[in-house]
Design a protein around this ligand. Structure first.
Ligand code: HEM
Length: 298
């Protein structure tokens, strides 16, 4: 929190302003009932004010407290005690859950009334203007200190929430990195497995089973191709690119294609062949639709 000295410097609040405010005390004292009355009326018109201030004794106490606060602005003692009192008032409002908006509006009411009073003084215009400016400074400083309690409360809430949130984000990020590592390692393992499958198919080919060998090897090649596509997608995704769901559909498509090719080789005429062809058509159609969507979103 800023020191009061710093706040006064920022508002360019000088000794001349302090003296001017002291000189305004008689005029303001003669109207303090009216001002505190306007403030009370406003407070009682708000939901929170009406809810909290149901007892007469409490309302009277508040009325007096507000009168004291108002007159203290024209007493010239703008020291640390004054500052601490304002902080205390701010804290009371935060604790009573009076929102900062209502406090701002209440200050706005006081400002309008006081500017009106100062404006109708019988004084040269420059003097009136200087009075208004000094009054505006002390009122703004008051509002500044009182509302700083709200800001600090917000920061406190925010910082504890923020700490939980950032710990959660950190954890999720680390978990995601580990999951990605597992995925990449699994993809490498599966690609090696597909290469091993391809090599066994080639072995069949050299063993003289030409027809079986070629078709099986082609199927294995298809799987290797899809594995490479999957790895490419994962790398692209890790670099921040968009996730391509079509690659996963193509895995399913290639797996069924391979099954069909093998079944065809065995001259399989069973209903299984019909299911495989139907599956190719359905997966192929889904693949086409997804590709259209991915093409459109780039
Ligand atoms: C210019 C604006 C305001 C000033 C200067 C002001 C001033 C004060 C002061 C001096 C107190 C007594 C603090 C203490 O016990 O130490 C107080 C209390 C309180 N104020 Fe304000 N107030 C303002 C606006 C509001 C508004 C807008 C509301 C509600 C909408 C409000 C509701 C209350 C309530 C509920 C209390 C506690 C009363 C109690 O429990 O005894 N105030 N206020």
């Amino acid at each position: 929190m800023r020191s009061f000295k710093e706040i006064k410097e920022h508002y360019n609040f000088t000794d001349e302003d302090a003296q001017r405010l002291v000189s305004l005390k008689p005029v303001m004292e003669s109207r303090d009932q009216e001002i505190a009355g306007a403030l009370s009326s406003y407070i009682m018109s708000t939901i929170i004010g009406a809810r909290l201030l149901t007892e007469d004794a409490r309302r009277t106490h508040l009325f007096e407290a507000q009168q004291q606060w108002f007159l203290a602005m024209f007493e010239g003692n703008y020291n640390n005690k004054y500052y601490e009192k304002l902080i205390k008032i701010g804290i009371v409002h935060v604790k009573k859950a009076v929102d900062a908006h209502s406090l701002n509006r209440a200050v706005n009411i006081i400002r309008s009334l006081c500017v009106d009073i100062l404006y109708t003084q019988k004084k040269p215009a420059e003097e009136i203007l200087a009075d208004i400016l000094s009054f505006e400074k002390i009122l703004d400083m008051n509002l500044d200190v009182m509302t700083s309690s709200y800001i600090e409360e917000e920061i406190r809430n925010y910082s504890s929430l923020y700490r939980i949130k950032s710990a959660l984000v950190d954890f999720s990020e680390k978990f995601l990195q580990s999951a990605n590592l597992v995925l990449v390692l699994a993809l490498i393992g599966l690609t090696l497995g597909a290469i091993a499958l391809f090599l066994t198919d080639i072995q069949k080919l050299f063993a003289g089973d030409l027809e079986n060998g070629i078709i099986s090897a082609l199927g294995s090649l298809l799987i290797i191709w899809v594995m490479i596509e999957l790895m490419n997608t994962e790398i692209y995704h890790l670099k921040g690119g968009k996730f391509r769901i079509s690659v996963f559909v193509s895995v399913a498509l290639v797996a069924v294609l391979r099954e069909t090719m093998i079944a065809a080789l065995k001259h399989d005429q069973s209903v299984m062949m019909g299911y495989l062809i139907a599956a190719i058509l359905v997966i192929g159609f889904v693949y086409w639709i997804i590709m259209q969507g991915e093409g459109r979103t780039g």
